[in-house]
Ligand binder design. Sequence first.
Ligand SMILES: Cc1cc2nc3c(=O)[nH]c(=O)nc-3n(C[C@H](O)[C@H](O)[C@H](O)COP(=O)(O)OP(=O)(O)OC[C@H]3O[C@@H](n4cnc5c(N)ncnc54)[C@H](O)[C@@H]3O)c2cc1C
Length: 291
Amino acid sequence: AVHDEPGFFGCLSASDGLFVGKPSMDALPAALLGASHRITVQLGTKVTAAEFDNGWRLSGTTLPKPGSSSAADISELGKYDALVLTDVGNLLRGRAGHVAITGQAAVRALAAVSAAASQAERMPLFALMMSFESPGSGLPFDAASIQGGRVRWLAKDSSKPGRERADGRECWVAITTEAFGKELLGSRDATGALPAQTEEYLSSRTDTMFEILQRDLSTIGLTLPAPAFMRAHRWGSAYVGGQPPGDPAACIHSAAARLAVAGDFVAGGGAGGALKSGIAAADALVDSCQQ
Ligand SMILES: Cc1cc2nc3c(=O)[nH]c(=O)nc-3n(C[C@H](O)[C@H](O)[C@H](O)COP(=O)(O)OP(=O)(O)OC[C@H]3O[C@@H](n4cnc5c(N)ncnc54)[C@H](O)[C@@H]3O)c2cc1C
């Protein structure tokens, strides 16, 4: 597993400070996008095929609209100078995010990284969001990693800058170990799909996670009051296990195909690794587009 140190993504051992989005994490991409007026983001769209022919011709589907069960096919998403693949699922046939790549130069460039990606194991995690009425949870810390516990990380969201709530409630997030995440996941069906996240599914995971958290806390003499609200959230593929296929802080790049493969599954290291990998991909693609 990638994250076998105590804490979560190096939070307990960070020597150069901890960074959080203010007031929430989506401030980070919003600020990056706001810094450029030349970026258009097309949300709710899944790329399913990409053909390289002196540029990238993309096609895909839109995600189902609320109340509708089927996705709409879009034959043509446009032609682009370069392509960046940012998800390990893009490289794996049969996975939800798979992108069928055609064009000789691109297929050649991807052969090695696709082979490495097929060995990668996707790690599921569950998060439990909880809020407590004033005077709060009573826990004597802002964040903790319970050694030997099934909850790997517990953090007080309300202690982060700008996250105080007007109603005075105190919010916490607990995150499972990989092993406990797998246990909570349930069985995949014959196609490899995860169980549907029905109300019943999520509410049973919520209760189980809270019970296990209480058990973990009791080993250090602590107990939580009943939360005013709690809800489990599933991250079916929170991150990729094993050795990243690329160099840290780098991307895999083909100048001939104007193609880069980037993200945490290439560089490792959570959001920081993903960011550095993205910058490396952008630099490499600017160079290859100018050739
Ligand atoms: C619960 C949790 C807590 C975390 N906490 C931390 C933390 O405290 N610190 C930290 O550093 N890291 C943390 N991480 C890890 C961090 O979120 C990831 O490392 C980071 O988001 C990886 O960025 P990425 O760009 O590589 O991939 P992603 O953020 O996964 O982005 C890939 C994007 O590609 C999209 N995509 C995939 N396939 C397609 C397709 N076919 N068509 C169109 N779009 C597609 C996906 O929808 C997704 O938006 C946490 C992760 C989880 C799950």
